[in-house]
Design a protein around this ligand. Structure first.
Ligand code: ADP
Ligand code: MG
Length: 683
């Protein structure tokens, strides 16, 4: 018999075949644990009610005796209803069930039943939603309601949860140490899972949810703290860089570093020198100049005889970094290699590249996730830099770090996160912030136009073209299907082409193109062979073309604020005044507010704060973009108090645990195992 574990696939349950497993997977349920943590989104109060307290259109349970023979009436095409009278203690009410003819068998004259449904006060009638055996209605007070989909029913989920609880409750070892359960008046883990699904009353359900929220935050914080502790405890490399070389390199840059850049360079270099594993986050708004900071610290590692690696989320970004860094490093002994998916798999060039990396000839390797493939071996990797870190999972980051021995890691992000939330996202990292823009940078002027005003906008754009500038147009992924999106983009592309003919040319970049095709288009655009580039894929716009002075975003209300701010940051890097034009006819308040905030502020921190407030969490464009980890139960915005408490307690435990002996808190081990297992499932 296979080992009994919470991380077994749901197919381990009786009644879960291929079909059902797929349906569960669609709900994000892969393991038994996922199922036990698939929490109801609300509870129905099924307690029978007294007729005198009924409110019109409210959902209620009434119990009584079936007082008239239930009759099925058919009408329309395929429609039917069952009618009967229910005699309660006070009066006889009409009950109707629509389109559930199978219920007829269970409805027997003079039997006692309970019906959950919607009360119509004027007609004194009940539209039945659920038929409850008389005894059931009296035993449980509340019933869990789950998010379901068309492939799997509520009732099925419920049965499976019950089966899983019965079979695996013994595996639910406590994750919150008992003293904390007591201190914060929580419940133990088994009670928690039980009461989330099968609470006796709403009070218990609430308590269980409170516990679950704390558990989630606490375990998350434990992971961060333990990782941090590990980084501090295990020996790292002391990178003995050559200060004079670095100074000369900085002096040779075509501009002076901002004070903020100097400060973060010092912070990072101090880490490099210490014999610990650096795990640092470099945060700076778009355009604040993170790349040159990365260049300086990679150079530092190289002067000490180490290799450095820079991983970017897309090929275009990797190539852009390679181009920029090649320029920055001209005249030094830095030898750059670019490794991406399209470097081919078995080509001669790739083999040469891999050899160069393995024998240390290439001391700066830039690439995409191709960098973490098995056949990539470094001679002496000392520093890893990860650009736009939230696009990579913990796993990928760890894999790259393991290409060397206890290498230092610097993650870079352009996503400003409000201070209150920083602990959730970056608790395990030290943070360096570039909070200053390079001198002489003019803030981008942002305006919002309606679709009816597009013509005026195009006239404005023409003037920019006449002055020798270029423009980006971005359209969001609106439709569910990629092909529809493409159709939208094509339509816009053709429309703009005819608007600018014959004076100016328009190009199109979309996600379906092969990378060399994209590449070619970017090269042509950089060479100003066409003046306007329409793009569907937001990420690809993460590129630098200083000559672009206008960023036009269609259907801008469909983007989250953080994303809009990122997109806007793509312009305003040159000497000329830059513009961001949001084209949108927002249909709701949130959309309108977004447009207003964008036109009023250029400050990434302010914008992300406003963003969080506007959407709580769980917006269409989700937390993935914002860099805030997603939680299953807790909401880092709403439950910020619990989050802070969890962080405090986790840090106390980790700091006071005796790491030299095996006898550390058992919860540490349990938890680490838990996390490892969880991560293993994402392979
Ligand atoms: P981001 O932080 O968004 O990655 P980049 O590193 O791409 O920003 O820098 C944006 C632009 O600013 C680049 O063209 C870069 O050459 C320029 N830059 C960086 N630092 C300075 C500085 N101290 N003074 C002037 N320009 C700078
Ligand atoms: Mg950048």
């Amino acid at each position: 018999m296979p080992e009994k574990t919470l991380f077994a696939p749901v197919s381990a349950l009786a009644g879960v075949g291929l079909q059902r497993e797929k349906a569960l997977n669609e709900l994000g349920i892969y393991t038994i644990e996922d199922l036990l943590y698939y929490f109801p989104f609300r509870y129905e109060d099924l307690r029978p009610q007294d007729m005198t307290s009924l409110v019109d259109q409210q959902k209620v349970t009434l119990e009584g005796k079936i007082a008239s023979e239930p009759i099925i009436a058919r009408y329309g095409r395929k429609k039917n209803r069952i009618n009967f009278r229910l005699l309660t203690d006070q009066e006889s009410v009409m009950v109707t069930f629509f389109n559930q003819p199978w219920l007829k068998k269970q409805l027997v004259m003079n039997e006692k039943i309970a019906v959950y449904g919607k009360w119509d006060a004027r007609r004194r009638s009940l539209t039945g939603m659920k038929l409850l055996p008389f005894s059931d209605a009296n035993s449980g007070e509340v019933e869990a309601v789950y998010p379901a989909n068309q492939h799997i029913r509520q009732a099925t989920i419920k049965k499976l949860v019950a089966q899983a609880f019965e079979g695996y409750a013994s595996e639910l070892v406590t994750l919150i140490p008992a003293p904390l359960v007591e201190k914060y008046r929580l419940v133990d883990r088994r009670t928690m899972v039980h009461d989330l699904h099968f609470p006796e009353n709403l009070r218990n359900a609430k308590l269980a949810r409170r516990t679950a929220t704390f558990e989630e935050f606490f375990t998350f914080q434990m992971e961060l703290q333990v990782l941090k502790k590990r980084d501090q405890t295990e020996n790292g490399i002391a990178i003995q860089y050559k200060l004079d070389k670095i100074k000369r390199f900085i002096a040779d840059l075509p501009y002076e570093l901002t004070d903020a850049q100097k400060r973060v360079v010092n912070e990072i270099c101090a880490d490099l020198k210490r014999p610990i594993r650096m795990n640092r986050l470099l945060q700076g708004d778009v355009g604040s100049g993170k790349t040159v900071v990365a260049a300086i610290v990679m150079y530092a590692a190289i002067t000490a005889g180490y290799q450095a690696a820079l991983m970017a989320p897309t090929e275009i970004l990797a190539e852009q970094h390679a181009n920029n860094l090649t320029k920055i490093f001209a005249g030094t002994d830095v030898n750059i290699g670019l490794l991406t998916g399209s470097s081919g798999s078995k080509t001669k060039a790739r083999r040469a590249l891999l050899e160069g990396i393995a024998d240390g000839d290439i001391n700066l390797v830039i690439g995409t996730h191709a960098l973490i493939q098995d056949d990539v071996n470094f001679k002496k990797l000392g520093l890893v830099i990860i650009d736009e870190q939230h696009r990579f999972g913990v796993k990928q980051r760890e894999t790259l770090r393991k290409k060397g021995q206890n290498v230092d890691v610097l993650a870079m992000t352009a996503t400003p996160i409000p201070r209150t939330l920083a602990i959730t996202a970056y608790g395990e990292m030290d943070v360096s912030i570039i909070d200053q823009m390079p001198n002489g940078r003019k803030p981008v002027l942002t305006s919002w136009v309606k679709n009816s005003q597009v013509k005026g906008m195009l006239d404005f754009v023409k003037k920019q073209f006449a002055a020798g500038h270029q423009a980006f147009v971005v359209t969001p992924l609106i439709e569910e299907s990629e092909s529809l999106d493409l159709k939208n983009a094509m339509a816009l592309y053709e429309q703009l082409q005819s608007a600018f003919r014959p004076d100016y040319k328009v190009g199109l970049l979309h996600g379906r193109m092969k990378s060399d095709e994209k590449d070619q288009i970017m090269q042509q655009f950089k060479a100003n062979e066409f003046q306007l580039l329409v793009s569907t894929t937001v990420i690809e716009v993460g590129v630098d073309v200083p000559n672009v002075t206008v960023m036009i975003i269609y259907d801008a209300d469909r983007f989250g604020l953080a994303q809009l701010h990122q997109l806007r940051g793509r312009v305003g890097r040159g000497k000329s005044q830059a513009y961001c034009i949001l084209v949108a006819d927002p249909k709701n308040e949130t959309g309108i507010k977004r447009m207003k905030i964008m036109t009023q502020s250029n400050d990434g921190f302010k914008i992300s704060e406003a963003d969080l407030q506007l959407r709580g969490s769980g917006d269409v464009f989700g937390n993935k973009q914002s860099g805030i980890p997603e939680f299953r139960i807790g909401d880092p915005v709403v439950d910020i108090g619990a989050l802070e408490t969890a962080q405090l307690e986790a840090s106390k435990i980790v700091q006071t645990a005796n790491w030299q002996t095996q006898k550390t808190y058992q919860v540490l081990n349990t938890y680490l195992e838990h996390v490892m297992q969880k991560n293993a499932n994402f392979d």
